[in-house]
Design a protein around this ligand. Sequence first.
Ligand SMILES: Nc1ncnc2c1ncn2[C@@H]1O[C@H](COP(=O)(O)OP(=O)(O)O)[C@@H](O)[C@H]1O
Ligand SMILES: [Mg+2]
Length: 311
Amino acid sequence: MPVMSDPITLEVVSKRLGEREVLKSVSFAVKTGDVFGYLGPNGAGKTTTIRILLGLLELTSGKANILGEDVSRDEARRKVGFALEQDGLYENKTAWENLSYYAWIYEVAESAERIDKVLDLVGLQDRANDRVGTYSKGMKQRLALARAMIHDPELLILDEPTSGVDPSGQREVREVILNMAHGEGKTIFLSSHNLDEVQRICNRIALIDRGEIKLCGELEQLQQEMSNREVVIETAEITSEPLFAELKSIPRLGLQEGRGRSLIFVPQEGVKVPEIVSFLVGRGVGIEGVSRKKASLEEIYATILEKAELS
Ligand SMILES: Nc1ncnc2c1ncn2[C@@H]1O[C@H](COP(=O)(O)OP(=O)(O)O)[C@@H](O)[C@H]1O
Ligand SMILES: [Mg+2]
């Protein structure tokens, strides 16, 4: 349930661009403290949503709030920091000069101290006086994050923050984002088409495809719900042929295969893991471990988008 004080709420937001409905009744809420991943393939509508949140584009219908204010109001934008795909940095100026300019725009008090602080946050202090044109893509992205943080906003909105950055640069950008969330206490909304990245840093996600939200919720919970219910039981010894056959003859247990000392089950609906365990114990089997496989975000994504293609 979205509540008024949530950092971001969208309620049945639609956006028409020319003949096309680019967003179709999009609803979701970002909670305080979230690192929220807005995931979707290219052209899904992520940047359009972000432009609406930042008041750069008007919505056609519905309602969108940031920090309790309608997105059309300036009050909301002042408490938000953002980094869009075009990084908006001046290449022929130094990092310090860039930040100094934005500090002036945002009327930051004690700007020199703040600039030092944000440079430190993104690990660019020793490059502060180099021209941005000499920076790698990853460094530019980190500088864009520093700029987004210049006025100490409550909420950061980041459009594909690691897009086009090499793997080691991506790791640095991710670390900066996590530090902003957990060290600096910021709520973060980021868009991405990178599943691995979202799985690593986000606690909540929304999946958008062709302008529609297909899935939304706590990542951990979605992974549990969307798991294929596979249960792996480690036994002390390799299961004997007769016991294996007996297990196989009980369809409700859903024995799939034996792999060394592991037995792999996909139990039928309503069968609980302890039932399988006590069955095995009853046959004198030593149990060394039980684990349930969580669905990876990649599997979730594939399942959802496959469904979308069929519908
Ligand atoms: N100014 C525009 N006019 C018409 N269509 C647009 C415009 N901007 C974006 N689109 C279309 O809207 C869809 C969503 O775009 P976008 O929000 O940029 O997607 P994403 O950021 O998820 O890649 C795309 O199909 C894109 O072609
Ligand atoms: Mg985009």
